[in-house]
Design a protein around this ligand. Sequence first.
Ligand code: NAD
Length: 331
Amino acid sequence: MHTVTLIKGDGVGPEISAAVLTVLAAAGVKIKWEEAAAGQEALEKYGTPLPPATLESIRRNRVALKGPLTTPVGSGFRSVNVALRRELDLYVNLRPAKTFPGVNSPFRDIDLVVVRENTEDLYAGVEHMVGADAAESIKIITRGASERIVRFAFEYALRHHRRKVTAVHKANILKLSDGLFLESARRVAAAYPSIEFEDRIVDNMAMQLVQKPQLYDVLVMPNLYGDILSDLCAGLVGGLGLAPGANIGDGMALFEPVHGSAPKYSGQNKVNPGAMIMSAVLMLHHLGEADAARRVEAALADQIREGKRLTYDLGGSAGTMEMAEAVAARI
Ligand code: NAD
């Protein structure tokens, strides 16, 4: 029996969480869910968007599954997602992007993994006004964080039989910060001679990913580029509705879809539960439940291939729960 912290999330979070519980129950994995609050709901109930009890629950169970959380733009509380990653030192953000046969996408056979550094860069949140009419945000890159994220990318490549790691940067302009990231990547790469290594400037990388994504395999990059390019990769394979993510630290992991709380669809039983289901698949692998992970992924893939009982973004008219129930029935 595994005990997993469950944060249902804001907006469409509760709907896709209910959907994933239905699918996992069908897979027969023994999981005791420990529900914990965060985001808007926690703010209303407990006066803070990230209650200490939620952090304690994740620290105790060491595994969490999380729906999306709303972050107010401009004003209001800082991102709970960023706070969770920082508090728990979940320094890796892993975002696989793989084509499902049957999804309307310009490409086939894409199998990319974005490894995004999760703790520093412009997300360190060091910002201030300079007088009334200028603002300054500080980009922080350290050797330690750069080396450990690149090491993770190579270890991941070894474990998953991947052939190449590409480091993405803007070291031609940001000579010190991205220069340090690139230097760290080159140093770590030298210890993994069996895996090909190359680097790309981020703007060129964006174009290459759109034109010839099949050339790439594991991509490793600082936080901001990873945030943007992983959404681009999700778009290449059919949109945010199928893009899963994992935040990983030493001995702790939190799984969540790449997409946000999609507030305009909240409560409508409309959005695709696929990204949350695939996040749970990553979680099952992490828990050592590889067989259940494969069965869930295969059921989702079959459902998509057959083209029936799918949500709007996949060209269907089914609701969130109807699609989840169809996947569950296949398992
Ligand atoms: P979003 O991902 O919520 O929505 C963007 C659009 O993508 C939606 O309008 C919808 O058309 C589509 N979409 C998203 N999820 C979908 C799904 N499962 N199925 C089908 N279509 C889907 O992004 P946003 O509107 O920029 O952000 C809304 C809120 O979510 C913000 O407060 C933002 O800060 C937050 N957010 C949270 C996370 C997280 O919790 N990890 C990630 C991104 C954004």
